[in-house]
Design a protein around this ligand. Structure first.
Ligand SMILES: [Fe+2]
Ligand SMILES: [Fe+2]
Length: 239
């Protein structure tokens, strides 16, 4: 099947293409060819595409079987989009609320403050994953493959395990829904509501996407790493 046909069938797959770093301009190439050219496991791509087509289908078992490399690339590129594009856009739109003359006093500032606090929390969450969890996963995989000495690995990640991440990993989507609900319920009828409706839709999309993101981290990344930790323990018992 041609990749362009798959995208035409469901445009949401554009997100998978961006996150797996598949360059645009794929002409009439098949999915298999594009994946091969870009070093992507075709099965990972197809499972993700199927999930995007049918939200009730979450291919947890199949995704756990794949190498974690694609998953880290996918999650990192998702982080980049949130931080460099989606969040700043929403922030700008929330700041625009101050220009709405029909809003009750201070409500715009309160929303802005709420979102600024959320951005701080969001950035810390992502930083933890980028600085600790993802490098840990990559180095754990390298150590198992004999590409990193076990001593170096132990020294670098002394006391760290994926259980720590699992216990401290929180949902990022809840506050987005809180904000969405505050805006929806408490903003009075506006004389012009096009921009405001767009803000609500952006928040809805972000919340939905964050839920998928957390689902991948909790249900694919964590089990992969737990399995690799077990393998490492068996392989280097006593070291
Ligand atoms: Fe993340
Ligand atoms: Fe996360």
């Amino acid at each position: 099947m041609k990749l362009s046909d798959l995208v035409t069938m469901n445009f949401e797959i554009i997100a998978v293409i961006q996150r797996l770093e598949i360059p645009y301009g794929f002409k009439d190439k098949t999915i298999a060819t594009v994946c091969k050219e870009n070093n992507i496991e075709v099965n990972s791509f197809l499972h993700l595409a199927q999930w995007f087509n049918d939200r009730d289908y979450f291919p947890q078992e199949q995704l756990i079987q794949q190498s974690p490399t694609w998953l880290i690339t996918y999650l990192r590129n998702t982080h980049k989009c949130y931080l460099n594009y989606q969040i700043p856009r929403i922030e700008k739109e929330i700041e625009q609320l101050e220009n709405y003359s029909d809003l009750p006093d201070r409500s715009a500032q309160l929303m802005i403050q709420f979102f600024k606090e959320y951005i701080k929390e969001f950035a810390l969450h992502i930083e933890e994953e980028e600085i600790k969890t993802f490098p840990y996963t990559i180095d754990l995989t390298a150590t198992l493959a004999g590409k990193m000495p076990i001593e170096t690995f132990h020294k670098k990640y002394k006391g760290y395990s994926i259980d720590w991440y699992m216990e401290n990993h929180n949902d990022l989507d809840e506050k987005v829904y809180d904000l969405q609900s505050l805006l929806l319920k408490h903003i009075p009828p506006l004389s012009s509501n096009c921009q405001f409706s767009n803000l609500l839709l952006e928040l809805y999309r972000l919340g939905k996407d964050l839920r998928d993101h957390t689902l991948l981290e909790d249900n694919v990344l964590i089990p992969i790493v737990q399995q690799k930790e077990k393998e490492l323990y068996v392989k280097f018992k006593g070291l």
